[in-house]
Design a protein around this ligand. Structure first.
Ligand code: C5P
Length: 234
């Protein structure tokens, strides 16, 4: 049996036709498609359903973060989407009870994962927010991942730099979905803690979230295929 395709392409665009065209073209070359705030806030359930109709499993990346009752109710509403998202997420910083309430609401109908520390944040950035300055991002990410597992979640979103520490506290079965992926020759944009696709997979990433390195290319299909080739041979 061949391995599942680890690429999840981020369809970060407010343009419905472009999202559909990208989904159609990239379908044979990726394993998941990610729909995030930019697209969902512009097109809602109808837009989501138009893209999901292309048939690949969807990671619905809305990063919920509110009181437990509100997040649980939000999750229940999102579970009405058709087809249901394969993966959905919230912020681990919302706390144990928020995550438990969300897990009860989702009730196994989608994989529920928690954002630990955003890949756009450096040590200095999280310390400026008020995180314990005696600890680096990876220590905070590992604590948040442990809390997510205790709440009954299926996995986390994390930086490639935080994978080793997270694996050490959650074990090998916990799903790791990893953005901040850049082929060596690409620009980092606003991401700070990045890795190449190969390095992230070697560090234990299950799913690689890749946006601009594919969708910003003049030939997104060739860009996705090049990453896949590097993963299998490079
Ligand atoms: O274009 P790029 O590959 O940087 O896109 C990364 C995607 O992953 C974006 O859609 C962003 O919202 C998302 N993401 C992230 N860091 C997280 C969680 C999600 O970059 N911690």
């Amino acid at each position: 049996m061949s391995e599942p395709n680890p690429i999840c392409v981020a369809l970060d665009t407010p343009d419905l036709d472009r999202a559909r065209a990208l989904a159609k073209a990239l379908k044979p070359h990726v394993g998941h498609m990610k729909i995030g705030m930019e697209f969902f806030y512009a097109h809602g359930a109808k837009g989501y359903e138009a893209v999901a109709a292309e048939g690949l499993p969807i990671f619905l990346d809305l990063k919920l973060h509110d009181i437990p009752n509100t997040v649980a109710s939000g999750m229940k509403s999102l579970m009405q989407l058709s087809p249901r998202p394969a993966i959905i997420n919230l912020h681990a910083a919302g706390g144990l009870y928020m995550m438990k309430a969300a897990a009860d609401a989702v009730d196994g109908r989608a994989k529920l994962i928690a954002v630990t520390i955003l890949t756009s944040l450096s040590n200095e950035d999280i310390w400026a927010v008020g995180f314990n300055a005696k600890q680096e991002t990876s220590a905070h990410a590992a604590s948040l991942a442990k809390l997510a597992k205790a709440a009954g979640l299926d996995g986390v979103v994390c930086s490639p730099h935080d994978l080793a520490g997270i694996r050490a506290v959650t074990g090998p079965e916990f799903l790791t979905v990893v953005p901040g992926i850049r082929p060596a020759e690409d620009a980092s944009h606003d991401q700070k803690r990045i890795a190449t696709p190969k390095a992230a997979r070697t560090a234990g990433a299950d799913i690689l979230v890749i946006g601009r390195a594919i969708t910003g290319s003049p030939d997104p299909v060739a860009a996705a295929q090049k990453i896949l080739d590097e993963l299998s041979h490079g």
